[in-house]
Design a protein around this ligand. Structure first.
Ligand code: SAH
Length: 186
């Protein structure tokens, strides 16, 4: 995994997804060398870079130009830019133009989550996965409801991580925001 502080960041762009969360997302995705991945809401590129190292091709989509520029800088920094196609567009429009998907990662939806899952599902290969990461309470509920209607095989995990801050008098555990990861398999 790429350490969190190896990413170039931008004040207006969220991310990168923290290392331990990236780790679990990679695990749940079961990504492999032949896969085509779509990363909706690539932000800083945290997940895009990890997928790029492990797959055939990643389409990284974001409607924010600052996000795309930041992801591009990080891809170049880690020599992964050849593996990624950057798309500056709204997620739903971008998805309509992509034919086949092995893994659809949704890290930002801007209120369009059910539609994104439904559109992504049409393009998803059999046994392909849709992964939704969220910091909002409502998002996983919406994801599960939509995936249920599509008869997907659903897995939900809630992750709360604390990281140790090493100090002279001891190690202080500092809590990070809880994240929910919903994975649906077709
Ligand atoms: N996973 C990223 C962080 C994602 S932050 C990382 O590890 O670095 C979420 C991103 O989703 C933001 O950059 C936001 O611009 C984007 N986003 C939200 N809704 C979107 C939509 N409907 N279409 C395209 N991008 C969207």
């Amino acid at each position: 995994m790429i350490p969190d502080d190896d990413f170039i960041t931008h004040e207006n762009v969220p991310g990168p997804t923290k290392e331990e969360i990236r780790c679990i997302v990679m695990c749940k995705s079961n990504v492999s060398q032949n896969d085509i991945v779509v990363d909706i809401g690539c932000g800083t590129g945290g997940l895009t870079l990890e997928f790029a190292k492990r797959s055939r091709l990643v389409y990284a989509v974001d409607r924010s130009i600052d996000a795309l520029n930041t992801t591009e800088k990080n891809l170049k920094k880690h020599n992964l830019d050849k593996k990624v196609q950057l798309i500056h567009d709204d997620a739903l429009k971008a998805l309509k133009n992509i034919e086949t998907i092995d893994i659809l990662m949704i890290g930002g939806s801007g209120g369009d989550l059910p539609l994104l899952i439904e559109e992504g599902y049409k393009k998803l290969v059999q046994n392909g996965k849709i992964i939704v990461t969220s910091i909002l309470l409502e998002t996983p509920v919406e994801a599960v409801e939509t995936m249920k209607e599509l008869n997907m095989d659903i897995d939900v995990v809630d992750i709360s991580i604390s990281k140790g801050l090493i100090m002279k008098r001891g190690t202080m555990m500092i809590a990070r925001n809880p994240i929910t990861i919903v994975t649906g398999k077709k």
